[in-house]
Design a protein around this ligand. Sequence first.
Ligand SMILES: Nc1ncnc2c1ncn2[C@@H]1O[C@H](COP(=O)(O)OP(=O)(O)OP(=O)(O)O)[C@@H](O)[C@H]1O
Length: 199
Amino acid sequence: MLVVEALSRPNLFPASFTLEDGECVVVRGPSGAGKSLLLRALADLDPSEGRVVLDGAERDAMPAPRWRSLVGYVPAEPGWWAETAREHFLDWDSLAPLARRLNLRDGIGDDPVARLSTGERQRLALLRALERRPRVLLLDEPTSALDPDSTHQAEAILAEWRAETGMAVLWVSHDPTQAPRVATRALIVERGSVREERA
Ligand SMILES: Nc1ncnc2c1ncn2[C@@H]1O[C@H](COP(=O)(O)OP(=O)(O)OP(=O)(O)O)[C@@H](O)[C@H]1O
């Protein structure tokens, strides 16, 4: 469903790979290797060269806002523009069951974002991205601040979502035990070069 051909930008050599419907591929590699650069290029947040095709539609032929609604991105440090958490959602109340599964306490939607913990913000950013129902979700260390139970809940929710909607996931993780739990394939990024391996 996603075809990437010779995608490149400064500090990232041309990368080619595909993502199948409902697939999850982990992205691994040393700190500073170019993993976030790869995700940001795919999300069309920074200028890049190469060809990216989603469900037969060329990225370059699509308005950027349309592309960004199809290809969701959860950065390692998500941004917040309104005071309370709920203001960042289309319909916060409908997400209550998922929020509970992620061990987020009731009422958190009305708290000022600035007062929330790093792990709380991380889980809210994941929910915010899922709510937009992207075809592809790019995750930059989405569970790095979570306890083991919340991590497993997030992994389970993403697996269910992929199975139900066909959403594909590209998941940057530094946790060697997480990769085989969530994916069968890995993209290894080293000094700006991308190659494929088993997860
Ligand atoms: N806009 C940019 N243009 C060019 N190079 C950049 C840009 N932003 C970051 N870099 C550099 O590119 C390199 C790769 O950065 P990147 O953030 O992709 O690493 P990473 O693999 O995600 O690392 P980490 O695991 O620490 O998050 C770094 O040396 C960084 O300084």
